[in-house]
Design a protein around this ligand. Structure first.
Ligand SMILES: Cc1cc2nc3c(=O)[nH]c(=O)nc-3n(C[C@H](O)[C@H](O)[C@H](O)COP(=O)(O)O)c2cc1C
Length: 212
């Protein structure tokens, strides 16, 4: 089957792309609402895009026929900062609760049974129950169409000690159990007991016949 993206409606393109760019990490993003309360919502159009400086990217679709920005986008543009909370298996249901379209004034955090913990370098809190989080300052917003690509510079990362190997430092990903989003039909993947170790091969070793 071949899908010509010039000929299919955006919804179909979305369905195909999110099934093919998978599994995706999930950023549970906290931002500050105008009244100072904390907003939380998950985004899987998310990755790191540059290391020096450390830049993360988020893709936020607009809402409704008028193309209203989501609260997260509005908050990031106003406050100039956000926090990405890492979604591990134990936070999966709470993360999903944060995606419910609650009316204005209802706290997603409270509904999801989560609590806010003050940030260190930003005014935006992280989520206390998240084992790791990155504090970001807005770097740039791109507006390619009916949505926003938000680029944020990572200012600081909080990681619970038990998930850090200080030698690298490396994240002990085998223990953190981050989950990934698949094709948008409610499918996710666990990373618990799912690791494949494939060390990089140098050119010299490749020429000597090493194949992993
Ligand atoms: C796992 C998951 C991933 C999501 N990823 C995205 C995404 O990448 N971009 C997006 O616009 N919405 C995404 N959503 C939907 C938003 O989380 C949802 O629209 C949310 O209500 C936005 O909240 P806000 O208005 O407080 O920003 C995702 C939902 C779930 C459950």
């Amino acid at each position: 089957m071949l899908f010509d993206f010039e000929k299919i409606p955006p919804r179909q393109a979305y369905n195909l792309v999110i099934g093919l760019v998978a599994p995706r990490p999930i950023a549970l993003v906290t931002t500050l609402n105008e009244d100072g309360s904390v907003n939380a919502a998950p985004f899987s159009a998310y990755n790191y895009l540059c290391l020096d400086p450390p830049i993360l990217g988020l893709g936020l679709a607009d809402r409704g026929p008028q193309g209203e920005p989501k609260d997260t986008a509005r908050n990031i543009e106003r406050a100039g900062e956000f926090v990405v909370n890492v979604v591990s298996e134990d936070l999966a249901q709470a993360m999903n609760a944060c995606a419910v379209d609650f009316p204005a004034g209802v706290s997603e955090l409270k509904q999801a049974g989560l609590e806010a913990e003050p940030g260190s370098l930003v005014s935006t809190p992280r989520i206390r129950q998240a084992h790791a989080a990155m504090e970001c300052r807005l770097w740039q917003v791109l507006t390619p169409g009916r949505g926003r690509i938000i680029l944020g510079r990572v200012l600081a990362a909080f990681v619970e000690d038990r998930f850090v190997d200080p030698q690298g430092p490396y994240i002990l990903s085998e223990d953190l159990h981050a989950i990934g989003r698949m094709n948008g039909t409610g499918n996710y993947v666990r990373t618990r007991d799912a690791f494949l170790k494939i060390p990089r091969i140098s050119y010299e070793n490749w020429m000597k016949g090493e194949r992993g």
